[in-house]
Unconditional design. Structure first.
Length: 251
């Protein structure tokens, strides 16, 4: 049912893209808040948000500037987390062909991440090492990996993500992916609200920046809410470290 994952869910969020400066530079010296690499263990989950072709490939319909550059880094981080016994889980924006989420149907976004299309597929450089949760499956708006919103009633609906974390006794959540100013921001704020100790990998995200400063505001909002910021293992070790982190043959 789920193309390659165990226990995938059917949830829907929106992934746009995030922290441009971090993605483009990848140098820890340019990052505002990051101080350390995360500690991965059995109480920690790496939550990888919406690393899908429409967001992460330059040819995608909602391509996020700098997003393709973070994908090898996210893959390397997933392997680092798995080797330390952490849980790795993914989200996918997964829309029907028509939804009030899309501009053509009254929303604000170009058509993106339509179910079972190239745009909705995970980016080919992303290694999928755990289950995934799909958001927007029934036409909901969904930016957070944890919750979706019914576009008609406005009611919030939980995705399967929290349950996947609770059943494993997860206490710490580390977030990477796309996009900083939408899904990363919303997922981080929800994780904090739900009581998880929450970190964002500041060099493994990228922003849409629809308006100048959106990424910076999103990061500042997370920081004010109590989110911590970390550097990916690759970012810590420097350029080229992606090749060492993934198993042989993977980039
Ligand atoms: Zn969407």
């Amino acid at each position: 049912m789920c193309p390659g994952g165990a226990g995938c869910g059917s949830v829907s969020t929106d992934g746009l893209a995030g922290a441009r400066a971090a993605a483009e530079s990848g140098r820890s010296g340019d990052l505002r808040y990051s101080r350390a690499v995360p500690t991965y263990d059995r109480r920690t989950a790496l939550v990888i948000i919406d690393v899908q072709n429409d967001f992460a490939d330059p040819a995608g319909s909602l391509s996020v500037k700098g997003a393709d550059a973070i994908v090898p880094r996210v893959t390397a981080e997933a392997w680092t987390a798995i080797r330390s016994g952490a849980f790795v889980v993914y989200t996918q924006d997964w829309h029907p062909p028509s939804t009030p989420h899309f501009e053509k149907d009254g929303g604000i976004w170009p058509v993106h991440c339509v179910q079972d299309t190239w745009g909705a597929a995970f980016h080919p450089a992303l290694d999928v090492l755990g289950p995934w949760v799909r958001k927007g499956t029934n036409g909901e708006d969904g930016y957070s990996g944890f919750t979706m919103r019914d576009p008609v009633s406005g009611a919030e609906v939980p995705t399967e993500l929290e349950g996947l974390l609770r059943v494993r006794g997860i206490e710490n959540v580390v977030i990477a992916g796309l996009a900083t100013d939408y899904c990363i921001n919303a997922t981080g704020l929800d994780a904090i609200r739900l009581g998880f100790r929450t970190e964002v990998l500041e060099d493994a995200i990228a922003a849409v920046d629809l308006r100048a400063g959106d990424a910076e505001r999103a990061i500042a909002e997370l920081h004010a809410a109590g989110c911590e910021f970390s550097i990916s293992a690759v970012g810590r070790r420097g350029a080229g470290a992606e090749r060492d982190a993934a198993p042989a043959g993977r980039g």
